[in-house]
Write a protein of this length. Sequence first.
Length: 263
Amino acid sequence: SVVLHCVEKATLEKLKGVGRVMGMVSKGGSLTSVYMLTNGCENPFIEHFDEVIETLRKKDVVLSLGNTMRSGCIHDYRDGAQLMEIETNVRLAKRANEEGVQVIIEGMGGHIRAAEIPEHVNLYKSRSAFPLFVAGPLPTDVALGYDHIAGAVGASMASGAGADYLCYITPAEHLSLPNPEQVREGLLAFRIAAHIGDSMKYGVSERDLLLAQKRAHFDWGGQIKLALDPDRPRDMCPMTGPCSMCGEYCAIKIMGDYLAGDE
């Protein structure tokens, strides 16, 4: 896919008056905005939109419409600038679709207070049928160094409410360029978030049931095969019997025979 930040001049004017703590936090959106402000022009991606989508159609590339006006902290609540951008992106998405280009819309990114995540998804879905891309969202600002965990919490809520496409976050978010291990940690956290979100939308999975059955019988190999990340639990679990957390006092072990009906 190719991301375009199609913020309009009118939306930039709206941003000046909303009184945000963080202003604009989109890198691609800020570069595009500075170009517009420096040259006193409309967004070049909008001015040349027909040319762009013709190229995307020929190359069979998905258009991702960026979220320039996303909030940079949970105190920057959904405002007029965000709503204007959604309207612009939906309008452009329809134009692209009419020309045979597939589109996803980054309609909910950044930092959104937890209680408002389902509401935000529902608002977007009421205005657009295009797949909703979410970056995070982060439901708190204090998880520095652990933003992959905070982001996974927000992503599971957003996915469960109907978001279609998750963008992962690493532990290095807001701090540095991530290294390969941090990328891995972020991807795994968001695979978990996607799995939870799917369970909210479609019901609990057969995979969860199978793992629980393996756990009930201390089948460690079976559990590892069903785990989203087999490597970490393989290094931590015993070969047979209860784990070392409870040892001989394992609730599953000491109550197993009674609940099974054995004397």
